[in-house]
Design a protein around this ligand. Structure first.
Ligand code: PHE
Length: 348
């Protein structure tokens, strides 16, 4: 190659190189162009290698020109490389961008079920009075559920019509938390002060006021010298804590085989104040059954009924929740309708 030819190739390669660097749209394309224009196998490298073989007079001139071409192409390459790097960075930033003006997603806090709320409040009132929480099995034997509670074999509650038997011979779903009275007495010496919240089961219709599964809170106090006045005072204190200090309490005789005497307890209606309204009818809301523990029941629990006396009570948790929250259909508690449950968000 003579010097003229070398010079014109160098000029052409400069043009071609500037063009292909400018046209490269990505760093990969730019690198490929660089190899083609400036690489060891490029035409420009051939030109560079030919410098040595041209005449002495022309060599300096040609060498200078070729260096200029290399320098121009390198700086064009560097400039384009910087441009493409910045653009790629901006693209990445764009893709990763967080729109800080978007409204946030509101967290949806869960809430305790209204029955849990009521149960916890009831338990808390009694634990503050010194009661302890006790438990018993939901699948119970007939002895704990009936016999020991002084419910004789011919009692209607014991028929298949009223109770849910698991195993017809001996096991059933407990029909009342009172069975926990017996289990507690069997497992500890007096004095006993316990409450036992839990599910109970009965063979019932499923409608606004009946359910085959519901909840009770059982209470049992056994000690020396416990009287009916203690029962009255305890339930009175509970009612005032639960429904407000203005509430009045009424006790009427009632019959439960495991207490003697037995009673039921009503509180003055906290909706109308006791004058009578659509919630209470006659001004009173019946809440629970109670009484002095029958001596036979104390004996069945292994206690000396000559030395110890006690009282027991059983409160319907659904009943209290319905009154407290104005719920008029039992089914709302089990249907899981979010619109119903949401109303208890943040409630205590
Ligand atoms: N167990 C009774 C019921 O289910 C309530 C009760 C408990 C009554 C304790 C007296 C004493 O109706």
């Amino acid at each position: 190659m003579d010097s003229n030819e070398a010079r014109s190739i160098a000029d052409a390669e400069l043009e071609r190189g500037l063009g292909s660097f400018a046209a490269a749209d990505s760093i990969d394309e730019l690198e490929a162009a660089k190899t083609a224009i400036l690489g060891r196998k490029s035409r420009l490298s051939d030109v560079q290698r030919s410098i040595g073989s041209v005449s002495r007079e022309e060599r300096g001139e040609l060498g200078k020109r070729v260096n200029e071409v290399f320098a121009d192409l390198r700086s064009a390459y560097d400039a384009r490389r910087t441009e493409l790097e910045l653009a790629t960075g901006a693209e990445i930033l764009d893709a990763d961008a967080v729109d800080v003006t978007l409204p946030g997603r509101r967290p949806r806090p869960g809430s305790l079920h209204p029955l849990t709320l009521v149960e916890q409040r009831m338990v808390q009132i009694f634990t503050r009075m010194g009661y302890r929480v006790a438990e018993g099995p939901e699948v119970e034997d007939e002895w704990h559920n009936f016999e020991a509670l002084n419910i004789p074999a011919d009692h209607p509650a014991r028929t298949l019509k009223d109770s849910l038997y698991v195993d017809v011979d001996a096991l059933l779903l407990r029909t009342e938390t009172s069975a926990v009275q017996i289990r507690t007495m069997q497992s500890q010496e007096p004095p006993v002060y316990i409450v036992a919240p839990g599910r109970v089961y009965r063979r019932e219709a499923h409608d606004a006021t009946h359910s085959s599964v519901f909840h009770q809170l059982e209470g049992l106090a056994v000690d020396e010298g416990i009287t009916f006045a203690d029962l009255k005072g305890t339930l009175h204190a509970f009612a005032k804590e639960m429904f407000g200090s203005d509430v009045r309490v009424r006790m009427k005789p009632d019959y439960f085989p495991f207490v003697e005497p037995g009673c039921d307890l009503a509180v003055s209606c906290f909706v109308c104040g006791g004058t009578g309204c659509s919630v209470c009818g006659n001004g009173w809301l019946e809440l629970l059954g109670a009484g002095m523990v029958h001596p036979k029941v104390l004996e069945n629990g292994g206690y000396d009924s000559e030395r110890y006396t006690g009282f027991a009570f059983g409160i319907g948790i659904e009943r209290v929740a319905m009154l407290l929250y104005g719920v008029n259909d039992l089914r709302l508690f089990t249907e899981g309708d979010v619109r119903f449950l949401q109303q208890f968000e943040g409630a205590v």
